[in-house]
Design a protein around this ligand. Sequence first.
Ligand code: UDP
Ligand code: MG
Length: 310
Amino acid sequence: MDLISLIIPCYNEEKNISILYKQILNSFKDTKYKLEIIFVNDGSYDNTLLELKKLLNKKNFKIKIINFSRNFGKEASIYAGLENCSGKYAVLLDADLQQSPKLILNMLNVVSNDPNIDAVVYYQSERIESRFTSFLKGSFYKIIDKLSYVNFKSGASDFRLVNRKIIDTIIKMKEHNRFSKGLFAYAGFNVCYLPYVPDKRANGETKWNKKSLFSYGISGIISFSDKILRYSLICGMFLNLMSLIYLITLIILYLIKIKLSFWLVIIGIMLLLNSIQLIFMGIIGEYINRIYSEVRNRPIYITKDILKNY
Ligand code: UDP
Ligand code: MG
């Protein structure tokens, strides 16, 4: 049977590791699937690494621990997992027990029943967060979908299965400001979406707060929104035309000798133009920032060591 690689990013998940392992074992022990589990320890400062090392004694599955030199973020962990996996399929799974390993069997069923399907993605049919957070997340996906040439499925999670073709495609995308949902959407292929409702986080806390979600959102939009540049151009041309019309009107008024105090109008328009300029300078700044971090070309992650049970 083909090898399936589970990729599990772990950042301070000491209390969840052994439970997760049991869940995986229960879900897969009587199935035909051969598993390789790749845990990425993303610079945890609790006992996550110790908990992971305990699993190396188990012989049910191939287990690999990629131990980062510090915290590089979930996106870098996913990349490391994909780069180091040898399965025909890879499955991305969170360590916090929000995504039940049992559901992986459904994804595997989909691809074994239809060989044309390259990826299976779970989307949240119901959000368990507060109304405000789900509103923000929902609006984020609407905006990014409008601003980008690739399609984003609203509520699509990182809980997904991808085949070798997609794994190899994603590994080739070596950009540093990674936004996996965008990269997978960019890759294309035939994707099947399945609904699911995530469980509540079992132990520990989510690593996201309002500030980090906001910057993740901005980062995603900037990395995948080539259309913003187009809009700024159209906007600039439109304003150019308007100010030309405005100037011509001024000249005509001057010629027909109408005396008007234009100062208030002029100040208003100057302010408007300045604010628009500032907004677009900000956007350009964001892009330059991205270019800067890409050209430095530092590694996406740094590994301290790799541990295996085989
Ligand atoms: N994670 C990680 N590095 C980080 C932050 C998170 O590897 O810097 C892992 C985390 O351990 C978990 C998964 O990414 O397995 C999802 O994180 P979290 O539960 O905080 O995100 P949420 O489910 O709230 O989106
Ligand atoms: Mg979580």
